[in-house]
Write a protein that binds this ligand. Structure first.
Ligand code: HEC
Length: 164
């Protein structure tokens, strides 16, 4: 190995890193597998906390406690907004699915059963992908370490082609 080939190798690695970063967000739906949102990224979490308060707290609660009786369908058949804290089921989903639901709402046949009607809005036109990732980083950062670990396993199972 000489300096020239090392240089080429480093350029290739740099190129890979750049491409990787560029497709980072796109991977969310192309390959749910490799998509991981880091809850220890404090800058993202701080941004996410502000965005959560402005966009999500009205339904999901200031303290992520959800709407009252969040497990019980309303008279119109729709569910209230669930909790995002550790007692809810947000952490049962891989990051790619949480991203998908926040960006597109609950999509029948993809993130919901066929003909499913839901009050969860789509944030595609309201938040950038980066902002959606920040909100989810904030939500994840509120979970205790054991729940964060369990959700990492959910992510890994999704990566191995398991159920979403
Ligand atoms: C207008 C009320 C409302 C707002 C505002 C809202 N949501 Fe929701 N959200 C819901 C409802 C209702 C559901 C449950 C949908 C269902 O199961 O039918 C839901 C479900 C979800 C789920 C799926 C949770 C699970 O355990 O399956 C995620 C993730 C989510 N919302 C994220 C967000 C985020 C992030 C924001 C802010 C950017 C947000 N929501 C803002 C009403 C809302």
């Amino acid at each position: 190995m000489n300096f020239k080939s090392m240089g080429v190798g480093m350029l290739v690695m740099l190129a890979i890193t750049v491409i990787w970063t560029a497709v980072d967000v796109g991977r969310a739906w192309l390959s749910p597998a490799a998509f991981y949102i880091d809850p220890t990224d404090t800058e993202r979490v701080d941004l996410g906390r502000r965005l959560y308060a402005a966009h999500c707290a009205a339904c999901h609660g200031q303290k992520l406690e959800g709407q009252p009786n969040w497990r019980i369908r309303r008279a119109n058949g729709r569910l209230p907004a669930p909790r995002h804290d550790e007692s809810g089921h947000t952490w049962h989903h891989p990051d790619a699915v949480l991203f998908d639901i926040t960006r597109h709402g609950m999509v029948p046949g993809r993130t919901a059963p066929a003909d499913y009607a839901s009050d969860m809005p789509a944030y595609e036109q309201i938040l950038t992908d980066e902002e959606i990732i920040a909100v989810l980083a904030y939500i994840k950062s509120t979970w205790p370490e054991d729940i964060q670990q369990l959700q990492r396993e959910v992510n890994q199972n999704a990566e191995q082609g398991g159920a979403r």
